[in-house]
Design a protein around this ligand. Structure first.
Ligand code: PXG
Length: 290
């Protein structure tokens, strides 16, 4: 039997789950989403993901036609129907069906869907050997244009960054702000380690407030490692002792090379490895059980 998805109040077969070509999510990228993970029947930090989803929706004045508690129940139900223990969960809320114009008032009801599927893990060698990355020529959206804090369906800026990575033959690209400061990668936050301290860019430069990022800051604190929200230039990444990326899908991935320049020893660093081990322990133990 194929996967079932939740779409506008119903659980249906994935192959029959379709949205209208007049949906503003499709016509304009007008909507919000979340990528969430379940580890051994525990949805990692589901509350934080739902909070971010509702905050993103509020920021674009999109009303989600369910309260958070109901939404949480629908996510859990989708996982159970598909009998998934470890899963990737994609939650999408669009402005809904309107006409061909921009006017969001024409969209009377949001479209809501939840897809749960088996998690596709990144190859183990990423974790063991670390990733080379490049600096994208595409600058990250400025917070006063489309604020990257909003996890919107409008991901073209990130996709252009990803194309830069693909063109360079690597998996990820570092995106800089308009002013050349380090912001984040196309689908991951960035950390560097210098003299035993973690540094990650302040949100004002235009990054998503990552849920994995926050978890890592807490784990570091438990180990007595301080995190600074620090404005950084690309040289600060090149000159770091260690560097890693964080994201729901990636968890923690070491970065060992940027634009052909080795970071630290050019192999995953000690603190990075420790934090990855700590994160994997936390992941199955911190969230909503089902
Ligand atoms: N920055 C951006 C721009 C993101 O899209 C993160 C940081 C990390 O945030 P979390 O809360 O996940 O720690 C993201 C994550 C994927 C995928 O499949 C990841 C994201 C979006 C879409 C797909 O790797 N977002």
């Amino acid at each position: 039997m194929g996967l079932k998805v939740f779409l506008n109040g119903e659980f249906i077969d994935e192959e029959n789950a379709t949205v209208s070509i007049l949906d503003h999510g499709l016509l304009y990228g007008d909507g919000v989403f979340e990528g969430i993970r379940a580890y051994g029947k525990v949805v990692f930090r589901l509350k934080q993901h739902l909070d971010r989803l509702y905050e993103s929706a509020e920021a674009i004045r999109l009303e989600i036609p369910m309260d958070k508690e109901t939404f949480q129940g629908k996510i859990i139900e989708t996982l159970k129907i598909n009998d998934l223990k470890d899963a990737y969960i994609r939650v999408v809320v669009t402005r809904g069906v309107g006409d061909l114009g921009l006017d969001p008032r024409k969209c009377k009801k949001a479209t809501v869907f939840i897809i749960t599927d088996k998690i596709k893990l990144y190859p183990n060698e990423f974790y063991e050997n670390g990733l080379p990355i490049v600096i994208s020529k595409t600058r990250r959206n400025h917070p006063r244009t489309l604020n990257p804090k909003i996890k919107s369906l409008n991901y073209l800026n990130n996709i252009l960054g990803k194309i830069d990575a693909i063109d360079a033959g690597v998996e990820e690209a570092l995106m800089l702000s308009i002013n050349g400061e380090v912001v984040e990668c196309t689908g991951d936050n960035i950390f560097v380690i210098k003299n035993g301290e973690l540094c990650t860019p302040p949100y004002e430069v235009g990054s998503l407030e990552g849920i994995t990022q926050k978890a890592v800051i807490e784990l570091a604190k438990k180990r007595g490692i301080k995190t600074l929200y620090k404005n950084m230039m690309p040289e600060d990444v090149c000159n770091a002792d260690e560097c890693f990326l964080t994201g729901t899908a990636a968890e923690i991935i070491p970065v060992v090379d940027i634009d052909g320049r080795k970071i630290g020893e050019g192999t995953p660093g000690k603190i990075t490895k420790q934090l990855l081990a700590d994160f994997r322990e936390l992941a199955g133990a911190d969230g909503v059980e089902y």
